[in-house]
Design a protein around this ligand. Structure first.
Ligand SMILES: Nc1ncnc2c1ncn2[C@@H]1O[C@H](COP(=O)(O)OP(=O)(O)OP(=O)(O)O)[C@@H](O)[C@H]1O
Ligand SMILES: *[C@@H]1O[C@H](CO)[C@@H](O)[C@H](O)[C@H]1NC(C)=O
Ligand SMILES: *[C@@H]1O[C@H](CO)[C@@H](O)[C@H](O)[C@H]1NC(C)=O
Ligand SMILES: *[C@@H]1O[C@H](CO)[C@@H](O)[C@H](O)[C@H]1NC(C)=O
Ligand SMILES: *[C@@H]1O[C@H](CO)[C@@H](O)[C@H](O)[C@H]1NC(C)=O
Ligand SMILES: *[C@@H]1O[C@H](CO)[C@@H](O)[C@H](O)[C@H]1NC(C)=O
Ligand SMILES: *[C@@H]1O[C@H](CO)[C@@H](O)[C@H](O)[C@H]1NC(C)=O
Length: 673
């Protein structure tokens, strides 16, 4: 648009002209049902929370604040129907957007939406994209139509991947969605686009009233025309969704990753194609200078020499990084598909101060765990170094880790990613500031004692996390290593389950001469000794031990017996319950300050779950209902208790040393009852 030989004064007037032109241009006779914004400087959009228009005219929906959301609306309402009893008329809208984030990860995304109100203060950020909240998601009373551009995979909404475009009605479970990209006009080939690539892209949304068809098309901005074939389309009668009077706008939200979502231009028309957005007039995304679009100032003022210096510096840096990567990490082509979850070893090295001892959080059965801070995002992380020697099975394992990384539940420790080196796998978790629960249960000193309310809250949290793994995710995930040291506490003292799926590491590269049992002594269900198969009921068993441990403040296997024999906590609890000495059973450090009903409930559930007979154990869903008081758990019958004591536990009390660390291999487990 602007050539270098233009005089500065001409520039100035041109800029002024752009500002004037970028105000919406209304086309007369169309009842204001048509507009074009090429940049948003000096416009009056209805904005809320952190949304703003930058001085250069970008609509900034989110500004890099984590866990936030922003909205922008075209202020006057649209009249979607031409008569009160008519149907929703055809309409078209188009917008140009860009997403800027740190790393190659971004969260969460943005939507273009049509809704009966501009008030979205009750919506939630993160995975809800500022569009709905957990209670109204999908409700037909929302009357919302939206197109989502989502950079995160939320399985609860059936998201297909972490880079998709979807057509949403009243909620975030898309009616139809597709990976981002477009179909080439000439050969029909699909070309991928990556939302978080910091590239500017354009989207067209067209609704046809006669065919009740919604077409959504996307393309990179530098492509001159709208592709003929839409990226995603569906037949949906919007007359059954939208109200007569509706507002059109955008919503956007961030999660843990500090992302900024921008809209550069926008147009809309009722009963006709959306006006063409003049792309030469659009403001520029920050830190992004597409080739051929630089201002003349940059081109003239910056001498060629500077460019050359930068270029050579860049090349050196690139070569350096490449070398570093080549020597430090392994990367196979198959891993590319898991790209976003992979961290560079260098980043993790710097994040943990070179895996310094002072950052060591602890040592577990799988390896050392270090605290760190990611250099760019300042996100606190815990890095677990797991050594392995098998190349074989690694692909499956990492695929599993990555799929498990998609699990999202507030009672699971988020797995942010991984890094693979020779003979070593690094797993990156979110840092849990309050450490692991066992330190509170078995720590010394009174300042670490958790109140009963805190304990009960943690137990409920872990039960709901485990229920999610067993029943609420797309696959059944067996945790295999439920225990107090795998329960971590976040900043609000919520219990979160860590280490899920890690026990599977031992499944890959199996040594045929040993029976593999994974878990921790004291938490192992008796049937594991015979079959070695971890199942949801074996997790329930371990959960039973866990709940007894939290209630009694004692490890599942302890040494308190006078003869010096190891004693199972369950046996001790059963003894006490049979004697009716309930008060002695609950952790003495609570000094009697606990809710008797809740504590009794906890003991009862603990005993039911740790029943030696698989069929006698409740499912996690039942456990959750007991804990929530929705259902009364069955009474403990004394015959049943006696049976429990005589059955199932013996092999464990005699054969093994008490241990708090996971065991990978247990050979010749003596079974039989
Ligand atoms: N995400 C995290 N945030 C904060 N601390 C953590 C985190 N993950 C682990 N830790 C700390 O590191 C220690 C070691 O963890 P790890 O899970 O490896 O060991 P473990 O649970 O004791 O044993 P195992 O490996 O047998 O499960 C934990 O006790 C905990 O204090
Ligand atoms: C984002 O906007 C909010 C509200 O306007 C402001 O408080 C905050 O500092 C901004 N954050 C950034 C990173 O600019
Ligand atoms: C619209 O429909 C309602 C109920 O079906 C009817 O009472 C009303 O007369 C109709 N209005 C017009 C303008 O057709
Ligand atoms: C969810 O949003 C709806 C509609 O905006 C609102 O009425 C409701 O109170 C919200 N629920 C919560 C839990 O915030
Ligand atoms: C949908 O929302 C309405 C009003 O907010 C509420 O009465 C109704 O129970 C909700 N329906 C569902 C299925 O949640
Ligand atoms: C769409 O729904 C409206 C209202 O339910 C109905 O009147 C109309 O006939 C439907 N349109 C088509 C094309 O089915
Ligand atoms: C876009 O705007 C520029 C600058 O105002 C103008 O020169 C150009 O003709 C416009 N292009 C179109 C297609 O309107």
């Amino acid at each position: 648009m602007v050539r270098p030989n233009m005089k500065p004064i001409v520039q100035f007037f041109l800029k002024l002209l752009l500002i004037v032109l970028s105000a919406p241009q209304f086309i007369a006779g169309d009842d204001n049902q048509r507009f074009v914004y090429s940049g948003f400087a000096d416009t009056s959009l209805a904005l809320d929370s952190i949304a703003s228009v930058t001085p250069s005219g970008l609509l900034e929906l989110t500004n890099g604040t984590a866990m936030s959301m922003g909205h922008a609306f075209y202020p006057p309402p649209l009249r979607l129907r031409d008569s009160p009893n008519g149907t929703v008329q055809s309409f078209s809208t188009s917008f140009v957007f860009g997403i800027i984030s740190i790393y190659d990860l971004s969260s969460h995304g943005l939507t273009m939406l049509v809704a009966p109100s501009k008030d979205f203060s009750k919506a939630t950020p993160v995975q809800y994209l500022g569009l709905v909240n957990g209670s109204n998601n999908g409700n037909t009373t929302n009357h919302i139509f939206a197109v989502e551009l989502d950079t995160w995979q939320n399985t609860e909404f059936g998201d297909i991947n972490n880079n998709h475009i979807g057509i949403d009605i009243n909620g975030l479970s898309s009616v139809q969605s597709h990976p981002d990209g477009f179909f080439h006009d000439h050969n029909g080939m699909f070309k991928d686009l990556t939302l978080s690539s910091q590239e500017v892209m354009q989207v067209w949304v067209d609704y046809d009233r006669e065919k009740i068809q919604i077409d959504v098309t996307m393309a990179p901005l530098d492509m001159a025309t709208k592709p003929k074939r839409p990226t995603v389309s569906t037949r949906y009668n919007l007359s059954t969704v939208l109200k007569d009077v509706a507002y059109i706008g955008f919503s956007s939200s961030t999660g843990k990753i500090k992302t900024r979502h921008y809209v550069l231009g926008w147009s809309f028309a009722m009963n006709g194609p959306a006006p063409v957005i003049n792309v030469t007039m659009l403001p520029k995304l920050p830190r992004h200078h597409p080739k051929g679009n630089r201002s003349w100032v940059l081109e003239i003022v910056l001498p060629v020499a500077t460019a050359a210096v930068l270029l050579s510096l860049g090349t050196i840096a690139f070569l350096f990084v490449q070398r570093h990567l080549r020597y430090a990490q392994l990367r196979d082509s198959w891993e590319m598909e898991f790209g976003p979850h992979r961290f560079s070893y260098k980043d993790l090295y710097h994040a943990t101060g070179g895996f310094e001892d002072k950052n060591l959080l602890g040592v577990g059965g799988f390896g050392r765990v270090y605290k760190g801070v990611l250099p760019r995002s300042r996100l606190k992380i815990a890095v677990k170094r797991v050594s392995h020697d098998s190349k074989q099975g690694m692909k499956e394992f990492i695929a599993e880790i990555v799929s498990i990384g998609r699990l999202q539940n507030r009672n699971l420790v988020p797995l942010l990613g991984y890094c693979r080196r020779k003979g070593e796998l690094l797993l990156v978790y979110e840092y849990m500031p309050n450490g692991s629960l066992d330190k509170y249960l078995h720590g010394k000193g009174d300042n670490t004692v958790l109140s009963w309310a805190q304990r009960f809250h943690i137990v409920k949290g872990i039960a709901s996390g485990l229920l999610y793994l067993h029943e609420e995710w797309e696959k059944v995930v067996v945790h295999r290593d439920i225990k107090a040291s795998n329960v971590l506490l976040d900043d609000k003292m919520n219990g979160r389950l860590g280490d899920f799926g890690l026990a599977r590491l031992y499944d890959h590269g199996i040594d045929p001469h040993t029976t593999h049992v994974v878990g921790t002594i004291g938490y192992l269900a008796p049937e594991l000794a015979h079959s070695g198969n971890a199942t949801p009921p074996t997790d329930v068993f371990a959960f039973g031990m866990f709940i007894l441990e939290v209630t009694c403040g004692q490890r599942p296997v302890n040494y308190q017996n006078a003869q010096g024999n190891q004693l199972m906590l369950v046996d001790w609890v059963i003894d006490n319950v049979q004697k009716g000495s309930f008060d002695d059973t609950v952790d003495a450090r609570l000094k009697g300050r606990y809710d008797v009903d809740e504590a009794y409930l906890a003991l009862k559930i603990g005993l039911l779950c740790s029943h030696p007979f698989i069929n006698a154990r409740p499912s996690m869903r039942q456990v959750m209902q007991y804990l929530d008081g929705e259902i009364e758990p069955p009474e403990l019958r004394s015959e049943s208790l006696a049976l429990m004591q005589n059955d199932g536990f013996e092999p464990y009390t005699i054969s093994y040393p008490s241990s708090t660390t996971s065991i990978g291999t247990v050979s010749h487990v003596s079974g039989g009852r």
